[in-house]
Write a protein that binds this ligand. Structure first.
Ligand code: BGC
Length: 988
């Protein structure tokens, strides 16, 4: 189906034409700064200072006019006609002069007020320390062979060929959301980059997997890997070289953050392990995974310049220790897993754009974490040309410059010029390209069996189009070029038989469903209705009522809204670039209806959030009521129902609370049993219904993907014993998450500032520190059986010593000639047919390009981090310091899976032995988890083991710039069922 007319190609197949934020909320901000041509009148509305000035202006004008009118009349009465004539002649002019004067004065006032405000609120330079020059790729022996091959290829490339590899060809110029330029002469292809992480965006015949947050809620490492592998396989079969996932930034600092659902949960270890498993799965299929968004991409509001008003993106300000122990941690795990690409984020960090922040890209990522792949920008996240190259950016996406789809790249020809005139050293460009080519070799993408050669040598390349659902279509829809061809081959990549990915999606969705409450063991339900123990004297059919809009299908289909940005029918995904086209969506309503035996069970449904007041029996006649409610959010370039990406609060949406209350109170005239099912992008406040007598069971089904209904039925009827655990805390109120948990909805300066002043204390760490009892804590989840933990053993592997071993030196990276070629070689070849807006590496003229006359003074080298050395950091950080083991026994009557969680508490009242400064530690932090399958019956028992590494037991010492293991005092080790339920504890 072609996209409906009101949508254009801007964001793929179904994107809206106009600024895609909805307008049903009073939004002076958006109007004031939404475009470059916003007027100062708009500014009036936007800033309190200016607003007063504006009001004053209007009042004064009216007042002045009235005063002038009356004085003219008085004059007419008092001094006669002549004066009156004079008045007549003068009044319009005077009036005019006064108006002009008032206007000018007001404008000056507004400008000065605005100027003072802007000046005062503008951040100071130097908040993010410089780190130069960019460390070269090719220093890790695990990538040695790939770098050797890459260097051989890159040595043969000309300047423009090299630039072509670094620059996207422009939005919707080729089939994928991002496409790099090829080097056909050397058979190096155009790389296709496509979202991730829920499945393959804009692709047909592909699986809509459960979202990251659901994968995280499984706490099952094996499933995480399988999910990655299936995702990777689908990507490869569609010709996608680089998958834009997984996502670990946002980490979830703000529970209302719009994109938290793309990641795995609000904890660095849960995110890190989940990401590493996913990456291994994807990359074992030969597809380059991208870990994103580096870094602190915690909220959608103001993530980009202009879109939300202010001319600059938000700055997320965090200290070095918080950076290391929270936000960078999962990136370290991803690099350690060998990830091929990292995407830098839109936002600024410490007032420097993440995609031109040298401390982050050069310092943290490439030096300290030893990242060997390439850094790509988020789409238009690049905000400078030379600066971003020097700060460590390797690839710009989608290639266009500061504005969407304008074809004016900050690189492309500009990078060619920058190299020719010496602004970007040849050495840096060589490293940029080598990193891309090495990643390509590292993942085996030079194998023509798996990756057929692209034209003119073969017919390889992506076999789907992001821009049309038709078989044939424009080859370069972003340009005015009208060439067409076959763009969709409709390759079915969903797997078959035992390998059908829908089965895996169902398993993940079921295992990612968290049982929060199960009073009187209402669950699992019986397909025949009455359970054995309830049957006595019950002749009637068992009556089940299903309520809520979230149970049913969207009548217009699951893909009706652009990038899933609407909350109609059952919620199976959030919205944005992380969402995909559903090949199908099994709704809870159809699956539950089908599951019950209709000989013995009578099912009624009212899939609406408003109960009909005239038909009370609808609820009152039921033995069991299953009520659905949800909460949605997504990426900020789209909005729905007043939600501009980030949620506006943590409540259930669309009247969910009221519906649950009514159902729970009315069900079976107060004697019925209510089961609440929640689909959500993150935590929701449950206080309005959780303690109601009728609410017997609550299942949090997260975002289950295409197999939603089937997976829910599996859990409801006990075919799958629930084993999901919360990947975040559910608080009793929004404020319980602390002041640092709040999205900044209104700008607080010309560069909006978010200060992460809570430091390490987010989610459960905050609740624990403040001693706030949550409704359900991080890591919590029930089962239909019971488990017991026993026999804790802590086996140290040596003595405590504070610092890791010295950083090992890596292998030598490739070297190239640094000679700058003749600018003439970079000119467009004669007779070259340019497509409009397509981004090429060539330059139009050599005018004004001067070769640097002398070698530039070398930039002083930043010191190497002692925490670096290999992928993921100093290998000594990953050596096991302790083996912790415990026994887990199934003490109930059903087979089930237990999630055993390992937490550590670093020494209390700890003082740095060198400085005697107090170092504060969270009450406890997650450091590992295992899922264990245990049969029922004879009480199966297994042993779980955790290797606890040096990094797990260390804190980041800002002064030493290294991980330090506290050697004074004792470290507590806890083996737990959740962050607050730790039956076993010991000390080291
Ligand atoms: C998102 C990225 C995504 C990219 C390409 C951006 O808006 O932030 O996560 O990969 O678009 O679709």
């Amino acid at each position: 189906m072609p996209p409906p007319e009101s949508y254009e190609l801007r964001r793929g197949k179904y994107s809206k034409l106009d600024t895609p934020v909805d307008d049903d909320r009073p939004t002076p901000l958006r109007n004031s700064f939404d475009s470059n041509d916003s007027s100062y009148e708009d500014l009036d509305e936007f800033d309190p200072l200016n607003y007063d000035a504006g009001t004053l202006k209007r009042k004064r004008s009216k007042g002045d006019l009235r005063a002038r009118k009356s004085s003219a009349n008085d004059a007419r009465d008092a001094i006669g006609e002549g004066v009156i004539r004079r008045e007549r002649r003068c009044t319009p002019m005077k009036l005019c002069c006064s108006l002009v004067l008032i206007f000018v004065t007001t404008t000056v006032l507004i400008l000065s007020a605005g100027g003072i405000w802007a000046w005062k609120s503008a951040p100071k330079d130097g908040q993010s320390p410089p780190w130069y020059p960019t460390p070269k790729g090719g220093t890790d022996k695990d990538w040695g062979k790939s770098y050797e091959k890459a260097a051989e290829l890159v040595k043969q490339m000309t300047l423009v060929e090299k630039v072509n590899v670094t620059t996207g060809t422009g939005w919707s110029m080729q089939m994928c959301v991002g496409n790099t330029g090829p080097v056909p002469r050397l058979k190096f292809p155009s790389l296709c980059l496509q979202d991730g992480p829920l499945g393959l965006r804009f692709a047909d015949n592909a699986t809509a997997f459960p979202a990251g947050v659901t994968v995280g809620a499984t706490w099952n490492k094996d499933l995480m890997y399988q999910h990655g592998q299936a995702h990777g396989k689908e990507a490869r079969l569609k010709g996608i070289h680089v998958l834009l996932g997984p996502c670990v930034g946002p980490l979830g600092r703000m529970p209302a953050g719009g994109r938290n659902w793309e990641g795995f949960g609000t904890d660095p270890v849960l995110q890190g392990i989940s990401a590493a498993q996913t990456i291994k799965g994807i990359q074992d299929e030969g597809v380059i995974a991208t870990i994103k968004h580096f870094i602190a991409n915690e909220q959608e509001h103001f993530r980009q310049a202009w879109r939300w008003g202010p001319p600059n993106a938000i700055s997320e300000n965090l200290d070095d220790r918080t950076l290391h122990e929270l936000y960078a941690w999962p990136f370290a795990d991803s690099v350690k897993a060998g990830v091929g690409s990292v995407m830098c984020s839109y936002n600024q960090v410490n007032n420097s754009y993440a995609c031109q922040n040298s401390k982050l890209m050069n310092g943290i990522l490439k030096d300290e974490l030893g990242f060997q792949g390439f850094v790509q920008s988020d789409w238009l996240g690049q905000r400078s040309g030379v600066a971003s190259a020097l700060a460590g950016l390797d690839v710009t996406m989608p290639g266009d410059g500061l504005k969407w789809a304008d074809g004016n790249s900050l690189w492309g020809p500009q990078l060619t010029k920058a190299v020719l005139n010496g602004s970007v050293p040849m050495e840096r460009l060589d490293d940029m390209v080598t990193r891309v080519v090495a990643a390509w070799y590292q993942l085996g993408q030079d194998d023509p069996e798996k990756w057929p050669l692209q034209p003119p040598y073969g017919d390889g390349g992506p076999n789907f189009s992001s821009w049309t659902n038709n078989k044939t279509g424009l080859l370069h829809p972003g340009s005015t070029d009208k060439s067409t061809g076959v763009v969709n081959k409709f390759v079915n990549v969903q797997g078959e038989g035992d390998n059908f990915h829908g089965t895996l999606a169902r398993r993940i969705a079921a295992e990612g469903t968290v049982l929060l409450k199960n009073e009187d063991n209402l669950l699992p339900l019986d397909r025949n209705g009455w359970r054995e123990d309830e049957k006595l004297g019950k002749e009637m059919k068992y009556r089940v009522g299903i309520f809520g809009d979230d149970a049913r299908a969207n009548q217009k289909g699951p893909n009706a809204c652009p990038d899933r940005a609407c909350n109609i029918g059952t919620l199976a995904s959030g919205w944005g670039s992380g969402a995909v086209e559903f090949p199908y969506l099994v709704t809870p309503l159809e699956a539950i209806r089908e599951a019950f035996n209709n000989e013995t069970v009578y099912v009624t449904d009212w899939p609406n959030n408003k109960l009909p007041s005239e038909q009370k029996e609808l609820v009152e006649d039921q033995d069991v009521c299953i009520v659905f409610a949800n909460a949605d959010a997504g990426e900020g370039y789209l909005a729905d129902n007043g939600i501009r990406g980030d949620r506006n609060d943590l409540n259930l949406q669309k009247g969910g609370d009221a519906l649950i209350q009514q159902v729970a109170k009315g069900c079976g005239k107060g004697k019925g049993k209510t089961i609440v099912i929640i689909h959500t992008v993150g935590p929701v406040i449950m206080e309005k219904f959780i303690s109601l007598a009728g609410v017997k069971a609550v299942l949090l089904a997260n975002l289950p993907g295409q197999e939603s209904g089937n997976a829910l039925v599996d859990v409801l009827f006990g075919d799958v014993n629930p084993s999901g655990h919360l990947p975040y805390t559910i608080g009793k109120s929004e404020d319980d998450y602390g002041p640092g948990s709040k999205v900044l909805y209104y700008p607080n300066g010309i560069v909006p500032q978010q200060n992460f002043s809570e430091g390490l204390y987010i989610d459960y760490r905050y609740f624990d520190k403040q001693n706030i009892t949550p409704r359900y804590e991080f890591g919590y989840g029930l089962s239909y059986t019971t488990f017991e933990l026993s026999d804790l053993m802590i086996t140290p592997h040596g003595k405590k010593f504070p610092l890791p071993d010295p950083r090992p030196s890596g292998i030598e990276p490739p070297t190239y000639s640094s000679e700058i070629p003749d600018p003439e070689t970079a000119l467009y070849p004669a007779g070259f047919r340019k497509l409009s807006k397509y981004i090429y590496p060539y330059i139009d003229s050599v005018k004004g390009i001067k070769k640097p006359e002398q070698a530039q003074t070398p930039v002083p080298k930043s010191p190497l981090s002692p925490a670096g050395g290999t992928q993921g950091g100093n290998p000594s950080l990953y050596t096991s310091m302790l083996t912790v083991s415990a026994s887990i026994t199934n003490t109930g009557s059903l087979t089930g899976d237990a999630v055993v969680q390992l937490y550590v508490s670093l020494s209390e009242n700890y003082k740095d032995p060198e400085t005697s400064e107090a170092v504060d530690f969270p009450v406890r932090v997650l450091r590992g988890f295992e899922k264990v399958h245990l049969n029922a019956g004879n009480g199966e028992r297994k042993t779980v083991e955790f290797e606890v590494t040096r990094r797990d037991l260390s804190y980041w010492d800002v002064r030493r710039q290294n991980w330090v293991l506290p050697t004074e005092g004792k470290i507590d080790i806890h083996v737990c069922f959740s962050s607050r339920n730790c039956p076993l504890s010991g000390k080291w």
